[in-house]
Design a protein around this ligand. Structure first.
Ligand code: MN
Ligand code: MN
Length: 461
């Protein structure tokens, strides 16, 4: 039966649980985007002795058991490997999570002025409820790349003395017509524009148009050396401003932006780095673009992971065309992604008996998808049996769940992608309340059990 994890924790458990949660809060507060996540992941890995795979390739250095390598895919996705004692064709154990989260992206030509207000025009990224994004303090994160290739890093709105930005909403007093609209239409996507300034440039010439915008451009030039044209080659993401916080009087939960899927990215990475070395080769994949369908060079559908594995096989002395197929066929993967946690306030869309419950441990999802399991990776019962046995042996609290009532909705993960390469994959992650909202909520006990699950998987499978 599913029982509440907090009932069975010893004092030692609580200490460890809080260590994991505290490290997580620091990581996620400093990793709001895929780029920031990649930087922080690589810094942690390099501190543990990981080296760039390119170093081995360029210097024709053979890989051997115990070697630790990373692949940095364009600063937005990472794959980590620790070579095991066993031959790689016996398969590898893989943890995979995504490091992108729903947000608003600035358009390529974003700055405009309207009635002496200056705005950034945006296009939202991933599945958001647009009405949730108004009247919040927002921060800007990303890069502006100058024509000469010089990169300017942007991170404005997170420090206490930074300004913040935001999207206005109509006051209730004048909201009669607005409040009659459907929730999906209350705030149209096109109106998710960020207010960034209101002081006009002092008139010292014949110019008298868009003076607020011009003043903003002056500030951008002076403070950051950004010209208006530089936005053409920029990626600036708008996220909620502020750090992860303890949630609830009992501090049992965490509230943070981007927990889908950094809660699984962090616990996977921590488990992977803590396990350090195994009989089998182990790998941790942390990818971009899941929220828009795993597309693009930095998404899981890209060949970068497979290409890295090919390089590794060659550096391990394998040169047959059958090698990679054997590696995949014998590999196992936890697609570590969050799932919807049962919310009693919205009981009508859940099936409590089958859904993920808070504080009941890490959640395995045999299938996600929608409308007749469409688009899902339907994990094999044999694999699930093996996992059940390991989790019980290692005292990991887990649940095997689905996501809401049949036909209530649905969703995808990266699970199907390596499953399509013939890897045994199952989704396995932390339940989230208010998923995809600017501020999501998770349980510290579920975070801790996810970490323990990933350690057990890497060591024992
Ligand atoms: Mn996700
Ligand atoms: Mn998501």
């Amino acid at each position: 039966m599913k029982t509440n994890a907090w009932n069975n924790y010893s004092e030692k458990d609580i200490i460890k649980l809080n260590e994991v949660a505290d490290a997580y809060k620091i990581f996620i507060s400093n990793s709001k985007t895929e780029r920031e996540s990649t930087n922080n992941i690589l810094a942690l890995a390099e501190r543990r002795g990981f080296k760039d795979l390119d170093y081995y390739i360029e210097n024709e250095i053979k890989l051997k058991s115990g070697d630790k390598v990373f692949v940095n895919n364009r600063g937005k996705s990472v794959a980590l490997f620790v070579i095991g004692d066993e031959d790689i064709t016996k398969g590898i154990n893989i943890l995979g999570a995504h490091i992108d989260s729903p947000r608003l992206d600035l358009k390529s030509n974003p700055l405009y002025e309207e009635e002496e207000f200056s705005y950034f025009d945006t296009h939202y990224y991933g599945g958001i409820k647009k009405y949730q994004w108004v009247t919040l303090p927002l921060a800007l994160h990303g890069v502006v790349v100058k024509k000469n290739g010089k990169k300017i890093n942007i991170n404005i709105g997170e420090k206490d003395d930074d300004p913040v930005f935001g999207i206005t909403d109509l006051l209730p007093h004048l909201g009669n017509e607005q409040m009659k609209k459907k929730a999906s239409e209350v705030i149209p996507g096109d109106k998710l524009d960020i207010l960034v300034g209101s002081i006009p440039l002092k008139l010292d010439s014949k110019e008298n148009e868009d003076l607020v915008k011009k003043n903003i451009l002056n500030i951008l030039k002076e403070k950051y050396n950004i010209d208006e044209d530089d936005f053409l080659s920029s990626e600036i993401e708008v996220t909620p401003a502020g750090r992860a916080r303890d949630f609830g009087f009992d501090r049992s939960m965490v509230m943070a932006y981007g927990q889908d899927d950094k809660v699984c990215a962090f616990t996977s990475l921590k488990a992977f780095l803590d396990v350090n070395r195994c009989k089998k080769t182990i790998s941790c994949i942390l990818v971009d673009k899941e929220e828009i369908g795993s597309v693009g060079a930095t998404g899981m559908e890209s060949s970068f992971y497979e290409d890295a594995l090919k390089e590794i096989c060659v550096l391990l002395g394998h040169d047959s065309i059958t090698t990679l197929g054997r590696v995949f066929r014998n590999s196992k993967m936890l697609s570590s992604d969050v799932t919807a946690a049962y919310d009693p306030l919205y009981d009508d869309v859940y099936n409590k008996r089958c859904d993920t419950l808070f504080n009941r441990g890490v959640s395995f999802c045999k299938f996600t998808g929608a409308r007749g399991k469409s688009g899902s990776n339907d994990a094999n019962a044999e694999f699930i049996a093996e996992l059940r046995s390991i989790m019980d042996e290692e005292n990991v609290k887990f649940q095997i769940s689905e996501m809401g009532k049949v036909d209530a909705g649905g969703g995808g993960t990266i699970a199907y992608i390596l499953a399509n390469k013939n890897v045994n994959v199952i989704d396995c992650g932390v339940g989230v309340l208010s998923m995809h909202a600017p501020w999501e909520v998770t349980s510290k006990s579920d975070i801790y059990e996810a970490y323990k699950c990933y350690v057990a998987f890497l060591r024992k499978i």
